[in-house]
Design a protein around this ligand. Sequence first.
Ligand SMILES: [Zn+2]
Length: 192
Amino acid sequence: MTQVNQEIMEKFQPEGIFSNRWHGHDICYCEHCTRNFKTATGLELPKAADKLDPTYRKWADWRMKRLREVWSVWDAGIRKQKPTARFIPNGFPDKVMTGKEADLFFADQQARRGLMAPWSNGKGAKELRSTLGMKPLIGIFSVGIEEEFRWKDSVQSDAEIRIWVAEGTANGMRPCFVKFGVTSTINAGWKP
Ligand SMILES: [Zn+2]
C-alpha cells in the first residue's frame, strides 16, 4: 500500500488520500496477520469474534494498535511527498485516539435507518467534536436510502436529508454529500 499511495501521490498530487473500508472485515487469517499476532502475543488467532474469549479481546487490542501503526506509516509516506497532504482513514475504532492523531476527520454517518432518531447525526458529530477540538470534521451524508438493504441508487425526501444534515452541521460538521449511481445516467448517451 505504501507504494500504491506513492504512485497516486506522484501521478495526481491529491490533497490527501481517503481510504474507505481500510480496516478489513473482522479477523483476518492471512499469513501476515497470523505471524504478526503470534509475534505480538504468542497466541494463535481467535477462531471466532467472541467478546467473552480473552484471546479475542487480545486480538481486538492488537488490531487497534496495528491499525494505528498502518495509518501512521501511510500518513508519513504521503506527507513525505507533499507535507500538507494526509492519509484519511474512513473510520477508526477509537474516537479519542482519532481526535488526538487526525488533523481532520470524515465521519461516515450517511443517513438514518430503522428507528434511529433524526438527531443521532448531531450526537455523532458532538462526540467527535469533543475529541477533535476545532480541527475540521466532515460529515458524509448520503442522498440514497441507508436502511438494512442499502439502496444507493435511490433518492430520499428533502425533509429526511435536510434534518439529518442540519443536525450534523449544527453540531460542528461540514456537510459532504455522496450520491451513487449517477454515472449510469450520465453515460447513457455517451460513447467513448
Ligand atoms: Zn491479514
